[in-house]
Design a protein. Structure first.
Length: 81
């Protein structure tokens, strides 16, 4: 079984939104969004950004952390600044 890279299904559920809603918002095929939600396929980084904008969340919310890497320090500047 593949790794669960994204948390898209969880974030959609938390916001009570559906795959179909997201597909319409992004202009994507519902089958493609379904693959993202099941981690069968992953959207591009640019698409992750679009998803974050649609859901009004920080893009990092959509990703599961990489447990093998420890963040030494948080950035001093806000992302996107």
């Amino acid at each position: 079984m593949g790794k669960c890279i994204n948390r898209l299904k969880v974030v959609l559920a938390e916001q009570r939104k559906t795959n179909i809603w997201l597909a319409r918002e992004l202009g994507k095929d519902p089958a493609t969004v379904s693959k993202w939600c099941t981690n069968t396929a992953q959207p591009s980084l640019e698409t992750f950004y679009e998803i974050a904008e649609c859901l009004k969340v920080d893009i990092r919310t959509l990703l599961n952390p990489n447990e093998s890497v420890t963040m030494v320090a948080e950035p001093t500047e806000k992302y996107g600044a």
